[in-house]
Design a protein around this ligand. Structure first.
Ligand code: DAL
Ligand code: ZN
Length: 261
C-alpha cells in the first residue's frame, strides 16, 4: 500500500515471510533451500535448484505419508531382530500371480500393487511375485545358505545379513526368477518403465553397488509411495538410496519448517 500525503513518515516494511517463501507450505527461504539440498550429489542439487517449488511440493506430500515407507535399511542400518510389521496380509486371496502361496506384504502396499498388477495385465504382462516379506529368521537362513554356497564376499554382494534386508520391512518384492536372467524379460522391462507410477522403486540399480552395498538386482523393488517415487524420478536420478538418505537427514528440519498458513 502506498500512503500519500503523509510527509516524510515512511511506513514500516511489514514482515513478509510469504514473499520470501519458496513454497507456501514451508517457512523456507531461497537461502534455506540451498542449505537443505547442500549435501546432495551435484546433479541432484542442480535439478532441485532449478525447480525448488516442485521439489518442496513433492516433499510436502511425502511428509504427509507414513514415515516408515522411507526407513533406511541397509548394510549400516539394521532392523531389530524382533521387528515384524503389524499389518502383514496374505496375498493368496488377491488376483496376483505368486510363486509360493504363503507370501505376505504390508497392507499399505496392496492398493498400489493391485493397481500395478492390473495395469501390467492389461498391457499383456503378468507380474509374478516370488519373494515378499521375510522374517529375520528366514533372512538368516537365506544369508547363511548363500555364505555356504558362495563364500562371504560373494554372498554379501547379493544377500543381506539378517536384520539388514528391506524384505523384513514387508514392503519389498522380488519379481520373476530372482536371477540375472530376469533382466531384459518383458516383465522386467514393464516394471522398469512403469513401477514408479505405482510407487515402487528399484533398490539396487546398475552401477551403484558402492552406494547401495549390493550388485544390480533388476527384480527387487521397494514400495515407497507414489509421491516419493515421483521425487526419486524427477530429482534423485532414480536412485532410491539418495532419496532415503535425504529424508532420513532432513525430515526433522522439513517437518519443523512446515508453515502455519
Ligand atoms: N537381495 C537383497 C539385498 C536382500 O537380501 O535383501
Ligand atoms: Zn529382494
Amino acid at each position: 500500500m502506498v500512503l500519500q500525503g503523509c510527509g516524510p513518515l515512511k511506513q514500516e516494511e511489514p514482515p513478509a515471510p510469504l514473499a520470501k517463501r519458496l513454497h507456501p507450505g514451508f517457512d523456507i527461504s531461497p537461502a534455506d533451500f540451498i542449505s537443505l539440498i547442500g549435501a546432495l550429489p551435484e546433479e541432484i542439487k542442480i535439478r532441485a535448484a532449478s525447480r525448488p517449488e516442485y521439489f518442496l511440493e513433492l516433499a510436502k506430500k511425502v511428509l504427509e505419508g507414513p514415515e516408515d515407507l522411507l526407513r533406511p535399511v541397509d548394510k549400516t542400518r539394521a532392523l531389530p531382530e524382533g521387528y515384524e510389521p503389524k499389518d502383514l496380509v496374505p496375498l493368496k486371496n488377491y488376483p496376483l500371480k505368486l510363486n509360493r502361496s504363503n507370501l505376505t506384504l504390508r497392507a499399505a502396499v496392496l492398493p498400489d500393487l493391485l493397481a500395478m498388477a492390473e495395469a501390467a495385465r492389461q498391457g499383456g504382462t503378468a507380474l509374478v511375485l516370488s519373494s515378499t516379506y521375510r522374517s529375520y529368521t528366514y533372512q538368516k537362513t537365506i544369508y547363511e545358505r548363500n555364505v555356504r554356497n558362495m563364500g562371504n564376499e560373494a554372498a554379501d554382494r547379493e544377500s543381506a545379513a539378517p536384520g539388514r534386508s528391506q524384505h523384513q520391512l514387508g514392503t519389498a518384492i522380488d519379481f520373476g526368477s530372482i536371477t540375472d536372467d530376469f533382466t531384459g524379460t518383458p516383465m522386467e522391462k514393464w516394471l522398469r518403465e512403469n513401477a514408479g507410477k505405482y510407487g515402487f522403486s528399484l533398490s539396487y540399480p546398475k552401477g551403484y553397488e558402492e552406494i547401495t552395498g549390493y550388485r544390480h538386482e533388476s527384480w527387487h523393488y521397494r514400495y515407497i509411495g507414489r509421491h516419493a517415487a515421483e521425487m526419486e524420478r524427477e530429482f534423485f536420478g532414480g536412485i532410491q538410496h539418495y532419496l532415503l538418505e535425504f529424508f532420513h537427514n532432513q525430515r526433522e528440519y522439513l517437518t519443523r519448517k512446515i508453515a502455519v498458513q
